[in-house]
Write a protein that binds this ligand. Structure first.
Ligand SMILES: Nc1ncnc2c1ncn2[C@@H]1O[C@H](COP(=O)(O)OP(=O)(O)O)[C@@H](O)[C@H]1O
Ligand SMILES: [Mg+2]
Length: 349
């Protein structure tokens, strides 16, 4: 197992710079997730680590050794792709062991390595089947087994679950988490799905436009998003954003009223409030709005309140059943506000 260090890594395609100043240290045993919208550079970064894409600038170290000019096969990595690309004419067993055979590893040694991998992924009964005789989830498990059997220093995953339906995606996500707990192989996992990132990651690297927007544990990013982008990207249902005017160091209206973060006296701030941070209130001074929408989500309902100033999404327990058109009051604690500079997008509190 090994560390992965990215020092000022850069990628250009001709005149187009798609990655800049990428600095990251992945610890031994760590599970890091690259999260971000489509096109932000996740795959490009992962492919540079794998050696499938040339590094335009900066240094890549795996296990402390510089890898920039090493072939993919000499980097100690194994990669699982979105498109699992199994060989259709080979059995499951052959698909898993093919790479080892080609590397000249003996039959007995291969059998020894095959057993625990097949066991871990529950593939024992499928070994003689062809890929076309498997479901999508089973095929992706074969692809993971093919990577695992190489016993790499580092696992790289590029959106391995995004071709699967929601239920299978959930099941395999749990299996990948379980495998990582068992094997503890250093892993980098690319996804655009925040739920996958939140549930799998020791640490999330949130990316935007070829840069790192924020790094931290899922809890850290959720509780204190560093930018408006991070605040909007992480968390379901989405955070509410309210533009508020500061006057003499105080901002707010009937909904929220708070002292300005240090150094800010006037101007506009953007206040983020998660739908689950509100309490319903009968207090006459509370923010009041008309229920415009009421969606049943199972455990909770998502309701939208509107008045002249704001339109706000609020998550309430499902047992709370306001009617559309009804007037409701809301309260929120100042501690639950996320305050941002609307120009730079940086967090202020
Ligand atoms: N071969 C290429 N030539 C030019 N631009 C590319 C190439 N591959 C990727 N890009 C660009 O690099 C950016 C990052 O792409 P990618 O890493 O695939 O994003 P992600 O995996 O986050 O969706 C995108 O703007 C994409 O258009
Ligand atoms: Mg990609």
């Amino acid at each position: 197992m090994a560390t992965v260090e990215c020092r000022g890594i850069r990628k250009v395609y001709g005149a187009l710079e798609v990655m800049r100043d990428f600095d990251l240290n992945v610890d031994d045993h760590e599970f890091v997730v690259f999260l971000g919208p489509s096109g932000c550079g996740k795959s490009t970064m992962l492919r540079m680590i794998a050696g499938l894409e040339e590094i335009s600038g900066g240094d890549l170290l795996i296990g402390g050794a510089r890898m920039n000019d090493r072939d993919p096969g000499d980097r100690g990595i194994a990669m699982v792709f979105q498109n699992y690309a199994l060989y259709p004419h080979m059995s499951v067993r052959e698909n898993i062991t093919f790479g080892l055979e080609r590397a000249g590893i003996g039959k007995a040694a291969i059998e020894q390595r095959l057993a625990p991998v097949v066991d871990a992924l529950g593939l024992g009964v499928y070994l003689s089947r062809k890929p076309t005789e498997l479901s999508g989830g089973q095929q992706q498990r074969v692809a993971i087994a093919r990577a695992m059997i190489k016993t790499p220093e580092v696992f790289l995953f590029d959106e391995p679950l995004s071709n699967l339906d929601a239920k299978l995606r959930g099941n395999l996500r749990v299996e990948i988490a379980r495998l990582h707990r068992a094997l503890k192989t250093t892993s980098i996992y690319v996804t655009h799905d925040q739920l996958e990132a939140m549930t799998l990651a020791d640490r999330i690297v949130l990316m935007k436009d070829g840069r790192i927007e924020q790094m931290g544990t899922p809890e850290e990013i959720y509780q204190a998003p560093a930018t408006l982008f991070a605040a909007g990207f992480i968390g379901t249902p989405n955070m509410n954003f309210l533009p508020l005017q500061m006057m003499d160091g105080v901002a707010g209206d009937a909904l929220v009223r708070f002292q300005a973060p240090a150094g800010i006296r006037s101007g506009e701030v953007m206040v983020g409030i998660r739908p689950g941070s509100f309490r319903l209130s009968d207090d006459a001074r509370a923010f009041r709005g008309i229920v415009e929408r009421n969606e049943f989500h199972g455990e909770t309902r998502l309701i939208s309140l509107r008045n002249d100033l704001h339109e706000i999404d609020v998550a309430v327990p499902a047992s709370c059943t306001p009617r559309v058109g009804e007037m409701l009051g809301l309260e929120v604690d100042v501690a639950d506000l996320h305050i941002f500079d609307p120009v730079t997008g940086r967090r202020l509190n």
